[in-house]
Design a protein around this ligand. Sequence first.
Ligand SMILES: O=C(O)CCC(=O)C(=O)O
Ligand SMILES: [Fe+2]
Length: 429
Amino acid sequence: MDLGIRSAFAATGATAPRGTDHTLAGRIAWITALRLAFLVLLLGATATLYLRGELARYPFSLRIVFLTIGGGFALAGSIMAACAADGLRSRSARAFYQPAGLAHRTGKWVDRGFHPGDRGPMDLTDAARAWSEDGFVVLPGFIAVEDLKPAVDELGLMFPSADGFHDGTDPRRERFLGDEFAGIDEFPFASAELSLLAVSHCLLDLAEALLGEADVQIYGAEAWAKYTGAADYDQDMHRDYLGHTMLVPSSAPGFRQLEMIVFLVDVPEELGPTHLVPRKHIPDRPAVPNWFRRPGLGEPGDDLGRFTDASGSPQLYEAEVSAAGPAGTVVAFEVGTFHRGTQLTAPRGVRYNMHLNFRPSAIQWGQRRGWAYSAFKREWSEFVDRATPRQLQAFGFPPPGHPYWTPETLAGMALRYPNLDLTPWHAGG
Ligand SMILES: O=C(O)CCC(=O)C(=O)O
Ligand SMILES: [Fe+2]
């Protein structure tokens, strides 16, 4: 299911702004103003049409009427001012979206810190409902273009541009040929901005809201470049769970695992958007087989192993919907949701995206990457130096106030990460 307003990006090629207005304060201010206008209109009509100047004979009553109207305006004005101030606070990111009631359920709230990328209260209830019903939700333009820009500006550190690839002027192009997965870079990225974006506070907010948990961890992060003609990107319908858990997917709240595909550029149909199958449109499928070959590919009797079905599954393909969307679109889906990557057909096209995986921290069987494995790298330290405590917590850092933090460990951390501001951990919870 798509949430938010579809933009005309596909037709114009322009980058769309964020599609949904989440500012509750703004809406309250508007409703108050409209109500006030209606009241004044009503009073005016009564005085003109009904009393026809009769009121002037009663100056005391007239005064009371004026005082009442004045009082009403003063009251409404202060309500609107309060709303505006709240809106400003939201925009300057001092307020945080917190999924209702989670603090009580997990008891694990920690100081979530301040971050310039925070965009204030957001109503993700509809997104959470859609993801529960369908097994996925598409949020067009969820990340604002200005928040994407620093990372997009650094993509050249990792991947050839479309021109560099298609003109053959970038020597790095060879790597992408012949294998659709060859364009994947693992976290930590050569672009620190992209690493920071992977756990931007708005994506963590989304992960918490969809997983229904206050304590979520990122367990996989990849950046992926695909170029038209470089490889065959058209995939068979599948679920990803085999590489994300040792067990099988659970749809029960608390045990779900969340994947996010984040489009870093506009991804119209010709640039191979992900296609997904809404759960409510297909009968439950057993855990095995996992891959369903495209109709017309393979024969029913083909032996491709237990995990692949070659009988052709038109129902799955007929039910698929496209996640095509502007830059900043987030495609959020469960590890048990059927989906597939599609072909890039646009001449000289490129698609850049991130593929991120989140889980409630208690789900130890949900794995993909051990972050410490790459923590010796310069890119890791560059990320850590600039990350907020909340972002680091998403990778498994103990929160401020955790008993791990002692004079001994803090002194060690100061040596290992000399540029990391350890104040929040010194200060405790
Ligand atoms: O890139 C995409 O849109 C989806 C890729 C995918 O589903 C996969 O490689 O498992
Ligand atoms: Fe997949």
